[in-house]
Design a binder for this molecule. Sequence first.
Ligand code: SAM
Length: 335
Amino acid sequence: MNATIKLENVKHFPVLLDEVTSIISPLYGGTFIDCTFGQGGYSKKILENTNNKVFAIDRDSNSIKIANQLKKKYTSRFEFQNIKFSEILNIDKSFKNLKGIIFDLGFSTTQIKDSKKGLSFNSIGKLNMQMGLNDISAHDVINNLDTRELTSIFSKFGEENYAKIISKKIIDFRKNQQIKTEDLVNIINLIKKKKFTRIHNATKVFQALRIIVNNEISELIYGLINSFKLLPVGGVIIFITFHSIEDRIVKFFLRNYSENKNFSRYLPSKVEKKKLLKLIQKKPIIPNEKEIKLNPASRSAKLRYGIKLNNHSDFSEFIKKFSYLLDIESLVKKI
Ligand SMILES: C[S@@+](CC[C@H](N)C(=O)[O-])C[C@H]1O[C@@H](n2cnc3c(N)ncnc32)[C@H](O)[C@@H]1O
Protein backbone atom coordinates (compact mmCIF):
# COMPACT_ATOMS: atom_id res chain seq x y z
CA MET A 1 0.00 0.00 0.00
CA ASN A 2 1.34 3.44 -0.93
CA ALA A 3 2.29 5.03 2.39
CA THR A 4 2.07 8.52 0.85
CA ILE A 5 -1.74 8.33 0.49
CA LYS A 6 -3.29 11.18 2.49
CA LEU A 7 -6.09 9.61 4.51
CA GLU A 8 -8.09 12.85 4.64
CA ASN A 9 -8.34 12.64 0.83
CA VAL A 10 -9.76 9.08 0.89
CA LYS A 11 -13.51 9.12 0.42
CA HIS A 12 -15.77 6.56 2.06
CA PHE A 13 -19.16 6.21 0.34
CA PRO A 14 -21.87 5.55 2.94
CA VAL A 15 -23.59 2.34 1.86
CA LEU A 16 -27.39 2.21 1.29
CA LEU A 17 -27.72 5.82 2.49
CA ASP A 18 -31.02 6.49 0.65
CA GLU A 19 -32.51 3.27 2.02
CA VAL A 20 -31.45 4.11 5.60
CA THR A 21 -32.86 7.64 5.19
CA SER A 22 -36.21 6.40 3.95
CA ILE A 23 -36.52 3.99 6.92
CA ILE A 24 -35.76 6.62 9.57
CA SER A 25 -37.31 9.73 8.03
CA PRO A 26 -40.84 8.99 9.38
CA LEU A 27 -39.25 9.18 12.86
CA TYR A 28 -37.46 12.52 12.31
CA GLY A 29 -37.59 15.00 15.17
CA GLY A 30 -35.56 13.07 17.74
CA THR A 31 -32.16 11.59 18.51
CA PHE A 32 -30.45 8.92 16.39
CA ILE A 33 -27.40 6.96 17.53
CA ASP A 34 -24.85 6.30 14.77
CA CYS A 35 -22.89 3.39 16.28
CA THR A 36 -20.30 3.29 13.48
CA PHE A 37 -19.58 6.97 12.73
CA GLY A 38 -16.53 6.39 10.44
CA GLN A 39 -16.36 9.48 8.26
CA GLY A 40 -19.80 10.54 9.40
CA GLY A 41 -21.76 9.76 6.21
CA TYR A 42 -24.98 8.82 8.02
CA SER A 43 -24.58 11.37 10.82
CA LYS A 44 -24.20 14.24 8.34
CA LYS A 45 -27.29 13.15 6.41
CA ILE A 46 -29.42 12.87 9.57
CA LEU A 47 -28.20 16.26 10.84
CA GLU A 48 -29.33 17.94 7.57
CA ASN A 49 -32.81 17.86 9.13
CA THR A 50 -32.67 20.60 11.77
CA ASN A 51 -35.12 18.75 14.07
CA ASN A 52 -32.72 15.84 14.55
CA LYS A 53 -29.91 15.18 16.99
CA VAL A 54 -27.14 12.60 16.53
CA PHE A 55 -25.10 10.76 19.13
CA ALA A 56 -22.21 9.07 17.34
CA ILE A 57 -19.79 6.35 18.40
CA ASP A 58 -16.66 4.92 16.79
CA ARG A 59 -13.81 2.83 18.21
CA ASP A 60 -11.29 4.38 15.79
CA SER A 61 -9.64 7.52 17.23
CA ASN A 62 -9.18 8.78 13.65
CA SER A 63 -12.92 9.54 13.69
CA ILE A 64 -12.44 12.15 16.44
CA LYS A 65 -11.12 14.78 14.00
CA ILE A 66 -14.17 14.48 11.71
CA ALA A 67 -16.49 14.40 14.73
CA ASN A 68 -14.93 17.64 16.02
CA GLN A 69 -15.67 19.34 12.69
CA LEU A 70 -19.31 18.24 12.94
CA LYS A 71 -19.48 19.39 16.55
CA LYS A 72 -18.37 22.91 15.46
CA LYS A 73 -21.08 23.03 12.81
CA TYR A 74 -23.97 21.47 14.72
CA THR A 75 -22.97 22.24 18.37
CA SER A 76 -25.77 21.00 20.66
CA ARG A 77 -27.29 18.73 17.99
CA PHE A 78 -24.23 16.47 17.79
CA GLU A 79 -22.21 14.43 20.29
CA PHE A 80 -19.43 11.88 19.73
CA GLN A 81 -17.75 9.30 21.94
CA ASN A 82 -14.65 7.24 21.04
CA ILE A 83 -15.87 3.93 22.50
CA LYS A 84 -16.90 0.48 21.30
CA PHE A 85 -20.60 0.03 20.54
CA SER A 86 -20.90 -2.88 22.97
CA GLU A 87 -20.51 -0.13 25.61
CA ILE A 88 -23.52 1.81 24.32
CA LEU A 89 -25.26 1.62 27.72
CA ASN A 90 -22.43 3.73 29.20
CA ILE A 91 -22.90 6.73 26.91
CA ASP A 92 -24.00 10.07 28.30
CA LYS A 93 -27.78 9.63 28.13
CA SER A 94 -28.75 13.28 28.56
CA PHE A 95 -30.22 13.28 25.03
CA LYS A 96 -33.99 13.03 24.72
CA ASN A 97 -36.38 11.27 22.42
CA LEU A 98 -34.22 8.42 21.12
CA LYS A 99 -35.77 7.27 17.82
CA GLY A 100 -33.26 4.99 16.17
CA ILE A 101 -29.92 3.19 16.38
CA ILE A 102 -27.84 2.42 13.28
CA PHE A 103 -24.96 -0.02 12.79
CA ASP A 104 -22.98 0.08 9.53
CA LEU A 105 -20.64 -2.78 10.38
CA GLY A 106 -17.12 -3.62 9.23
CA PHE A 107 -14.41 -1.19 8.20
CA SER A 108 -14.35 1.98 6.11
CA THR A 109 -12.45 2.72 2.91
CA THR A 110 -10.27 5.10 4.94
CA GLN A 111 -9.34 2.32 7.35
CA ILE A 112 -8.42 -0.14 4.61
CA LYS A 113 -6.23 2.49 2.93
CA ASP A 114 -4.51 3.26 6.23
CA SER A 115 -1.22 1.36 5.88
CA LYS A 116 -0.64 1.48 9.67
CA LYS A 117 -3.79 -0.57 10.30
CA GLY A 118 -2.63 -3.39 7.99
CA LEU A 119 -6.18 -4.37 7.00
CA SER A 120 -5.25 -4.63 3.31
CA PHE A 121 -3.45 -7.53 1.58
CA ASN A 122 -1.06 -4.93 0.16
CA SER A 123 0.16 -3.86 3.61
CA ILE A 124 3.80 -4.37 4.49
CA GLY A 125 5.41 -5.01 7.87
CA LYS A 126 4.15 -6.02 11.28
CA LEU A 127 0.69 -7.59 11.28
CA ASN A 128 -1.87 -5.35 12.97
CA MET A 129 -5.61 -5.20 11.91
CA GLN A 130 -6.68 -3.19 14.97
CA MET A 131 -9.59 -0.81 14.33
CA GLY A 132 -9.12 0.93 17.70
CA LEU A 133 -9.37 0.25 21.46
CA ASN A 134 -7.94 -3.28 21.07
CA ASP A 135 -6.16 -5.60 23.49
CA ILE A 136 -4.33 -7.69 20.88
CA SER A 137 -3.15 -7.44 17.26
CA ALA A 138 -2.98 -9.92 14.36
CA HIS A 139 0.76 -10.18 15.11
CA ASP A 140 -0.09 -11.61 18.57
CA VAL A 141 -2.60 -14.09 17.12
CA ILE A 142 -0.38 -15.37 14.30
CA ASN A 143 2.75 -15.63 16.45
CA ASN A 144 1.22 -17.16 19.61
CA LEU A 145 -1.64 -19.57 18.90
CA ASP A 146 -1.14 -23.24 18.00
CA THR A 147 -2.20 -25.10 14.83
CA ARG A 148 -5.54 -26.26 16.23
CA GLU A 149 -6.47 -22.78 17.47
CA LEU A 150 -5.48 -21.03 14.23
CA THR A 151 -7.37 -23.66 12.24
CA SER A 152 -10.61 -23.03 14.13
CA ILE A 153 -10.22 -19.26 13.76
CA PHE A 154 -9.64 -19.48 9.98
CA SER A 155 -12.37 -22.06 9.39
CA LYS A 156 -15.09 -20.59 11.64
CA PHE A 157 -14.42 -16.85 11.21
CA GLY A 158 -13.14 -16.99 7.63
CA GLU A 159 -14.96 -20.10 6.35
CA GLU A 160 -11.53 -20.95 4.84
CA ASN A 161 -11.33 -24.48 3.38
CA TYR A 162 -7.52 -24.50 3.57
CA ALA A 163 -7.53 -23.50 7.27
CA LYS A 164 -5.51 -26.48 8.52
CA ILE A 165 -2.78 -26.43 5.92
CA ILE A 166 -2.38 -22.64 6.20
CA SER A 167 -2.12 -22.95 10.01
CA LYS A 168 0.53 -25.69 9.72
CA LYS A 169 2.59 -23.57 7.32
CA ILE A 170 2.33 -20.59 9.70
CA ILE A 171 3.67 -22.68 12.59
CA ASP A 172 6.57 -23.94 10.40
CA PHE A 173 7.44 -20.46 9.17
CA ARG A 174 7.42 -18.85 12.59
CA LYS A 175 9.97 -21.35 13.96
CA ASN A 176 12.60 -19.31 12.09
CA GLN A 177 11.20 -15.80 11.96
CA GLN A 178 8.23 -13.68 12.98
CA ILE A 179 5.50 -13.52 10.37
CA LYS A 180 4.85 -10.14 8.77
CA THR A 181 1.81 -9.18 6.69
CA GLU A 182 3.57 -9.87 3.37
CA ASP A 183 4.78 -13.27 4.67
CA LEU A 184 1.24 -14.29 5.56
CA VAL A 185 -0.04 -13.30 2.11
CA ASN A 186 2.84 -15.24 0.49
CA ILE A 187 2.13 -18.37 2.58
CA ILE A 188 -1.54 -18.29 1.53
CA ASN A 189 -0.68 -17.58 -2.13
CA LEU A 190 1.72 -20.54 -2.21
CA ILE A 191 -0.93 -22.90 -0.82
CA LYS A 192 -3.70 -21.61 -3.07
CA LYS A 193 -1.50 -21.02 -6.12
CA LYS A 194 -3.81 -22.68 -8.60
CA LYS A 195 -6.94 -20.98 -7.37
CA PHE A 196 -7.44 -17.87 -9.48
CA THR A 197 -10.73 -16.27 -8.56
CA ARG A 198 -12.15 -12.75 -8.44
CA ILE A 199 -11.55 -12.79 -4.70
CA HIS A 200 -8.01 -12.40 -3.32
CA ASN A 201 -6.53 -15.63 -1.93
CA ALA A 202 -6.03 -14.05 1.50
CA THR A 203 -9.56 -12.60 1.87
CA LYS A 204 -10.88 -15.33 4.18
CA VAL A 205 -7.86 -15.48 6.49
CA PHE A 206 -7.76 -11.67 6.70
CA GLN A 207 -11.47 -11.59 7.57
CA ALA A 208 -10.93 -14.20 10.29
CA LEU A 209 -8.02 -12.28 11.80
CA ARG A 210 -9.89 -8.98 11.68
CA ILE A 211 -12.85 -10.59 13.48
CA ILE A 212 -10.75 -12.04 16.29
CA VAL A 213 -8.46 -9.01 16.73
CA ASN A 214 -11.46 -6.69 17.04
CA ASN A 215 -13.72 -9.09 19.02
CA GLU A 216 -16.30 -8.56 16.30
CA ILE A 217 -18.55 -11.42 17.47
CA SER A 218 -18.96 -10.24 21.05
CA GLU A 219 -19.07 -6.61 19.91
CA LEU A 220 -22.00 -7.41 17.63
CA ILE A 221 -23.84 -9.67 20.08
CA TYR A 222 -23.56 -7.24 23.01
CA GLY A 223 -23.97 -4.21 20.73
CA LEU A 224 -27.27 -5.70 19.60
CA ILE A 225 -28.51 -6.63 23.07
CA ASN A 226 -27.48 -3.35 24.71
CA SER A 227 -28.81 -1.14 21.94
CA PHE A 228 -32.12 -3.02 22.11
CA LYS A 229 -32.23 -2.31 25.87
CA LEU A 230 -31.47 1.40 25.33
CA LEU A 231 -33.99 1.92 22.55
CA PRO A 232 -37.51 2.96 23.62
CA VAL A 233 -40.55 1.08 22.30
CA GLY A 234 -41.39 2.42 18.82
CA GLY A 235 -37.74 3.07 17.93
CA VAL A 236 -35.98 1.49 14.98
CA ILE A 237 -32.77 -0.54 14.98
CA ILE A 238 -30.90 -0.89 11.68
CA PHE A 239 -27.98 -3.14 10.73
CA ILE A 240 -25.87 -3.20 7.61
CA THR A 241 -23.73 -6.34 7.48
CA PHE A 242 -20.93 -7.27 5.09
CA HIS A 243 -20.26 -10.95 5.66
CA SER A 244 -22.25 -14.09 6.34
CA ILE A 245 -21.31 -14.46 10.04
CA GLU A 246 -22.47 -10.92 10.89
CA ASP A 247 -25.61 -11.41 8.85
CA ARG A 248 -26.39 -14.76 10.53
CA ILE A 249 -26.24 -13.13 13.99
CA VAL A 250 -28.36 -10.12 13.02
CA LYS A 251 -30.88 -12.25 11.09
CA PHE A 252 -31.32 -14.65 14.01
CA PHE A 253 -31.86 -11.80 16.49
CA LEU A 254 -34.40 -9.95 14.35
CA ARG A 255 -36.32 -13.03 13.24
CA ASN A 256 -36.26 -14.89 16.55
CA TYR A 257 -37.50 -11.96 18.59
CA SER A 258 -40.12 -10.91 16.06
CA GLU A 259 -41.89 -14.26 16.25
CA ASN A 260 -44.65 -15.22 18.66
CA LYS A 261 -42.60 -17.64 20.66
CA ASN A 262 -41.60 -18.34 24.19
CA PHE A 263 -38.16 -16.82 24.79
CA SER A 264 -37.24 -18.84 27.83
CA ARG A 265 -36.87 -22.60 27.89
CA TYR A 266 -37.58 -22.42 31.66
CA LEU A 267 -41.10 -21.15 31.12
CA PRO A 268 -43.97 -23.52 30.28
CA SER A 269 -45.07 -23.23 26.66
CA LYS A 270 -48.52 -21.96 27.68
CA VAL A 271 -47.03 -18.74 29.10
CA GLU A 272 -48.13 -15.63 27.20
CA LYS A 273 -45.63 -14.92 24.45
CA LYS A 274 -44.78 -11.43 23.33
CA LYS A 275 -43.01 -10.17 20.26
CA LEU A 276 -40.07 -7.88 20.93
CA LEU A 277 -39.70 -6.56 17.42
CA LYS A 278 -41.71 -5.91 14.30
CA LEU A 279 -40.06 -6.74 11.00
CA ILE A 280 -41.33 -4.79 8.03
CA GLN A 281 -39.71 -7.25 5.63
CA LYS A 282 -38.01 -10.60 6.11
CA LYS A 283 -35.61 -10.30 3.19
CA PRO A 284 -32.62 -7.98 3.47
CA ILE A 285 -32.37 -4.77 1.45
CA ILE A 286 -29.34 -4.84 -0.86
CA PRO A 287 -27.64 -2.13 -2.96
CA ASN A 288 -28.92 -1.60 -6.49
CA GLU A 289 -26.71 -1.94 -9.57
CA LYS A 290 -26.10 1.81 -9.74
CA GLU A 291 -24.70 1.87 -6.19
CA ILE A 292 -22.54 -1.24 -6.77
CA LYS A 293 -21.10 0.36 -9.93
CA LEU A 294 -20.29 3.57 -8.07
CA ASN A 295 -19.02 1.77 -4.97
CA PRO A 296 -18.05 -1.88 -5.62
CA ALA A 297 -17.32 -2.35 -1.88
CA SER A 298 -21.08 -2.11 -1.29
CA ARG A 299 -21.81 -5.34 -3.22
CA SER A 300 -21.93 -7.60 -0.15
CA ALA A 301 -23.99 -5.20 2.02
CA LYS A 302 -27.28 -6.40 3.52
CA LEU A 303 -29.60 -4.11 5.44
CA ARG A 304 -31.99 -5.55 8.04
CA TYR A 305 -34.08 -3.60 10.53
CA GLY A 306 -36.79 -3.92 13.14
CA ILE A 307 -39.12 -1.70 15.18
CA LYS A 308 -39.06 -2.31 18.92
CA LEU A 309 -42.42 -3.47 20.29
CA ASN A 310 -41.67 -4.54 23.87
CA ASN A 311 -38.98 -4.38 26.53
CA HIS A 312 -37.03 -7.50 27.41
CA SER A 313 -33.87 -8.21 29.36
CA ASP A 314 -33.10 -11.94 29.12
CA PHE A 315 -31.09 -12.66 25.99
CA SER A 316 -29.49 -15.88 27.23
CA GLU A 317 -30.99 -17.89 24.37
CA PHE A 318 -29.39 -15.54 21.82
CA ILE A 319 -26.00 -15.68 23.56
CA LYS A 320 -26.20 -19.48 23.80
CA LYS A 321 -27.03 -19.81 20.11
CA PHE A 322 -23.71 -18.15 19.20
CA SER A 323 -21.61 -19.48 22.08
CA TYR A 324 -19.62 -21.62 19.59
CA LEU A 325 -18.36 -18.39 18.01
CA LEU A 326 -17.82 -16.63 21.35
CA ASP A 327 -15.72 -19.63 22.48
CA ILE A 328 -13.39 -19.21 19.49
CA GLU A 329 -13.08 -15.52 20.23
CA SER A 330 -11.98 -16.46 23.77
CA LEU A 331 -8.96 -18.39 22.42
CA VAL A 332 -6.96 -15.15 22.45
CA LYS A 333 -7.53 -14.60 26.18
CA LYS A 334 -4.38 -16.61 26.88
CA ILE A 335 -2.18 -14.22 24.87
C1 SAM B 1 -18.32 0.80 7.43
S1 SAM B 1 -17.58 1.94 8.51
C2 SAM B 1 -18.84 3.11 8.80
C3 SAM B 1 -18.87 4.21 7.81
C4 SAM B 1 -19.85 5.31 8.13
N1 SAM B 1 -21.24 4.85 8.11
C5 SAM B 1 -19.69 6.47 7.17
O1 SAM B 1 -20.62 6.76 6.43
O2 SAM B 1 -18.63 7.08 7.15
C6 SAM B 1 -17.56 1.09 10.04
C7 SAM B 1 -17.03 1.91 11.19
O3 SAM B 1 -17.42 1.23 12.38
C8 SAM B 1 -16.38 1.29 13.31
N2 SAM B 1 -16.54 0.17 14.21
C9 SAM B 1 -16.41 -1.15 13.91
N3 SAM B 1 -16.65 -1.90 14.98
C10 SAM B 1 -16.94 -1.05 16.00
C11 SAM B 1 -17.29 -1.24 17.37
N4 SAM B 1 -17.36 -2.45 17.89
N5 SAM B 1 -17.54 -0.15 18.11
C12 SAM B 1 -17.46 1.11 17.56
N6 SAM B 1 -17.12 1.33 16.29
C13 SAM B 1 -16.88 0.28 15.50
C14 SAM B 1 -15.11 1.27 12.48
O4 SAM B 1 -14.05 1.83 13.20
C15 SAM B 1 -15.52 2.06 11.24
O5 SAM B 1 -15.17 3.40 11.37
